[in-house]
Design a protein around this ligand. Structure first.
Ligand code: NAP
Length: 255
């Protein structure tokens, strides 16, 4: 049965890395579907824009929305982010671990610093947020953890040892959360996008973008909105019996 929100029971979603790209689209899709939304950006510098985005969501969809700056690789900042969400909204029902970065390079040239940073932002962050969120969700006996993995976390990718390892780690973390919290009606799933048009992929050379698209069955990159609709489905009651899964959304790239 679809979740019918009202002001008493409106569910609350926290989306990390929601200032741009896929996270921005997910926050929009969840507000559209009646969730109150906490929009996270990485630093105080981006906070005014994130606050304007939250105000726009509130006005457009009639939900509550607020923004909070936090570097999700920092334990202290994640704890402050969760505390802000609870203080502002009174609950937390859906956690979308979306924040992510790349620092690409061949294995032989990759610095340990670049390896650590990508693991911290993409993987450790999901551990830090989920650890706090699951405690809240298990008491409610309802919760959704949605982790942004990547198809490269399944198949690997030359030049992305750090990124692929972080996304493979996200998949292991997701499956473990699903096992640990299933009895409390908390589900955990990973989304594995292929090649999506955002700032992250805009950095790639035009020739490479064209070559990649040729290898996709649907012959195009995906959009952030297409990924957001999958996240919104996983956040809904319609996805109540799906947990521990890695759901590909790649236009047939991995076929
Ligand atoms: P994007 O356009 O580069 O946006 C990244 C987002 O993450 C921004 O909102 C950024 O915030 C935030 N972020 C970065 N570091 C952060 C930190 N330390 N703390 C908090 N937020 C941080 O990337 P995207 O393409 O939308 O990617 C979103 C997710 O999808 C990532 O996990 C990525 O790995 C995954 N993904 C993307 C693709 C693709 O093809 N685009 C494919 C597979 C998986 P600021 O604006 O404040 O910097």
């Amino acid at each position: 049965m679809p979740f019918v929100p009202d002001t008493e029971t409106r569910r609350v979603a926290l989306v990390t890395g929601a200032s741009r790209g896929i996270g921005h689209a997910i926050a929009t899709a969840l507000a559209r579907d009646g969730f109150s939304v906490c929009v996270n950006c990485s630093s105080e510098k981006g906070l005014p824009a994130a606050e304007a985005f939250a105000a726009e969501l509130a006005e457009t969809y009639g939900v509550e929305a607020a923004a909070c700056a936090a570097d999700v690789s920092s334990e202290e900042q994640v704890d402050a982010l969760i505390a802000f969400t609870i203080e502002r909204f009174g609950r937390l029902d859906v956690l979308v671990n979306n924040a992510g970065i790349t620092r690409d390079g061949s294995l032989l040239r990759m610095s340990a610093e670049d390896f650590d940073r990508v693991i911290s932002v993409n993987l450790k962050s999901a551990f830090l947020t989920s650890r706090r969120a699951c405690k809240i969700m298990m008491k409610q006996r309802w919760g959704r953890i949605i982790n942004m993995a990547s198809i490269v976390g399944v198949v690997g990718n030359a030049g992305q040892a750090n990124y692929a390892a972080s996304k493979a780690g996200v998949i292991g973390l997701t499956k473990t959360i699903a096992r640990e919290f299933g009895a409390r009606n908390v589900t955990a799933n990973a989304i594995a996008p292929g090649f999506i048009a955002t700032d992250m992929t805009a950095e790639l050379p035009e020739k490479m973008l064209k070559g990649m698209s040729e290898r996709i069955a649907l012959k195009r990159m995906g959009t952030a909105e297409e990924v957001a609709d999958l996240a919104a489905f996983l956040a809904s009651d319609r996805a109540s019996y799906i947990t521990g899964q890695v759901i590909g959304i790649d236009g047939g790239m991995s076929l």
